[in-house]
Ligand binder design. Structure first.
Ligand SMILES: [Zn+2]
Ligand SMILES: [Zn+2]
Length: 212
């Protein structure tokens, strides 16, 4: 069965998750934005073997630690969707703009597309392309444990910003209503920032997508 632990990283308190298969204790890290010491301490404490990096999108608070971690441990970089290439190329500039530590660009080992799957140990998650916040944003869905790692697409009580280059509000709303909602009202989502919620609760109460 898939298990996970979420660790907020960087000044933006981005929800980086370590996910692992409890039979093999093989693990992947979702969105290692920074604070690699904190993440590697957690990996040791959990007694898991980190084998992959999975990325929802290439904003620096999500992807800033990727190049360094991949190099340090020899890990493959899985995701995001190729439409986020320009955000990956712009990581050094993002660091300067937001006052975060320098982040090197990188080349993903494998780009992700809608309908792909990713696997860790015996666990497989479905990939959905959810553009809007960034054009190459993807989310990871475990139908096995009814969890979705949604990055900055949806938050408890809010939705992702769309005022960045190539952001698109209409795309974001469609990503949420056509690609997240079908995962089911009882699905718990882990957003990029802040507390977890369920799709059912957001469909009722979220001021941006309530009643959809
Ligand atoms: Zn973002
Ligand atoms: Zn973020």
């Amino acid at each position: 069965m898939l298990r996970y632990e979420t660790i907020p990283v960087t000044a933006f308190q981005q929800n980086c998750s370590i996910v692992w298969c409890d039979e093999t204790r093989k693990a992947a890290v979702v969105d290692p934005g920074g604070d690699l010491d904190l993440l590697l301490d957690a990996v040791r404490r959990l007694g898991v073997t980190l084998e992959q990096i999975w990325l929802t999108h290439a904003h620096i608070d999500h992807a800033g630690g990727t190049a360094e971690l991949a190099k340090k441990l020899g890990l493959p970089i899985i995701g995001p969707h190729p439409a986020d290439q320009f955000w990956i190329d712009g990581l050094p500039e993002q660091g300067r703009r937001f006052g975060l530590p320098h982040a090197d660009p990188f080349t993903p080992t494998r780009w992700l597309h809608d309908g792909d799957t990713v696997s860790v140990g015996h666990c497989t998650l479905q990939v959905r392309h959810c553009p809007g916040h960034t054009p190459g944003h993807v989310v990871f869905h475990s139908s096995e444990i009814h969890r979705a790692f949604v990055g900055d697409v949806l938050f408890a009580g809010s939705i992702g910003r769309t005022d960045f280059p190539q952001g698109n509000h209409g795309d974001l709303i469609r990503s949420i209503t056509e690609r997240l909602w079908p995962m089911g009202d009882d699905t718990v989502f882990i957003p990029g920032h802040g507390p977890e919620s369920t799709f059912g609760r957001e469909r009722k109460t979220n001021p941006f997508v309530g009643g959809t």
